[in-house]
Design a protein. Structure first.
Length: 307
């Protein structure tokens, strides 16, 4: 039984790449759905799939996160994973589709949930902007902010995996691209530019056609302007994604018992514990063991009471 992938917005649901890609369950926003109805929706998903991985962008309204935590707490279920992502809307949608592709494989729910952090490092998400004056989710220098007020100024911005910003036509370098084969996804806003296809594609050596989808409704708010063209370069082959996740060492969460990869559980968010090194007998003999350090420099241990 595949793990259910749920999302908090229709913006996060891209067309499947093949008929075998599972659909994502869209959880209605709190303002359109009562708490009782949200509980019933989640109970149905759990009954059908066993485990649910919910992808919720960090830019989502606080009410969305509060509703998810309330649903999980009231159901008292440890089979619901809340996965947060800092990726911009189009990049987050790509991440969701990759999780959907992997949900049909033999990965356990814990591995699937914790794989989101790994996959996000292989998504190059950015945009061409007509202004960066209101961009607050990517570090922008004062000089770029000032140039953002110049008429006709365009900027290429990379939000992840490494933030970067360059002014187009200003001789300020270019965006650092992936060192592996990718495909490019485009979503056009109000900005009229072909820079992603005429410049970015050959520079990043992206083969094949460029795919276009409608601009996510949340993109103008995320980027601070509606004059944009959003893009995301990603690993398109499900077999490569499978090998990438399968190659990572699996651990068992010390708190909830789920499988995980990386340094944090995708279900309970508990960090992976690293076994403490064995004590040094010589250090204990010299009085420099853990107890001596806990007492602080120059402190004395209490004398044991006489019988």
């Amino acid at each position: 039984m595949p793990t259910a992938i749920a999302v908090t917005s229709t913006d996060l649901v891209l067309p499947p790449t093949d008929p075998g890609t599972p659909q994502a369950a869209v959880l209605p926003p709190p303002e359109t759905r009562s708490l009782d109805a949200s509980l019933a929706d989640m109970q149905q998903l759990l009954a059908r799939y066993g485990h649910v991985v919910v992808v919720c962008p960090t830019a989502a309204p606080a009410a969305v996160e509060h509703r998810l935590h309330a649903v999980r707490a009231l159901l008292e279920s440890d089979r619901i994973a809340l996965v947060r992502t800092d990726l911009p809307p189009l990049g987050a949608a790509v991440l969701v589709r990759q999780l959907r592709q992997l949900a049909g494989c033999d990965f356990s729910p814990g591995v699937l949930a914790s794989a989101a952090r790994l996959l996000a490092h292989y998504i190059y998400a950015g945009a061409v902007l007509g202004s960066v004056s209101r961009l607050d989710r990517v570090p922008v220098s004062l000089g770029s902010h000032l140039k953002g007020w110049l008429p006709g100024a365009h900027f290429a911005v990379l939000a992840g995996p490494t933030p970067q910003i360059v002014r187009l036509g200003g001789g300020e370098g270019h965006l650092s691209g992936p060192e592996f084969a990718t495909e490019l996804l485009l979503a056009r806003g109000q900005l009229q530019t072909d820079w992603p296809t005429t410049t970015l594609v050959p520079r990043w050596r992206i083969p094949g056609p460029v795919h276009e989808v409608p601009l996510p409704a949340s993109s103008p708010g995320w980027w601070g302007t509606g004059k944009l063209v959003e893009f995301a370069a990603y690993l398109p082959d499900p077999s490569v994604l499978y090998q990438l996740v399968a190659s990572v060492r699996r651990e068992t969460c010390h708190w909830c018992g789920m499988e995980l990869i990386g340094d944090r559980c995708g279900f309970c968010s508990a960090p992976l514990t690293v076994p403490a090194p064995p004590p040094d007998p010589g250090a204990r003999a010299l009085g420099t063991g853990p107890r001596a350090h806990a007492l602080g420099p120059g402190a004395r241990a209490a004398r044991p009471a006489l019988p």
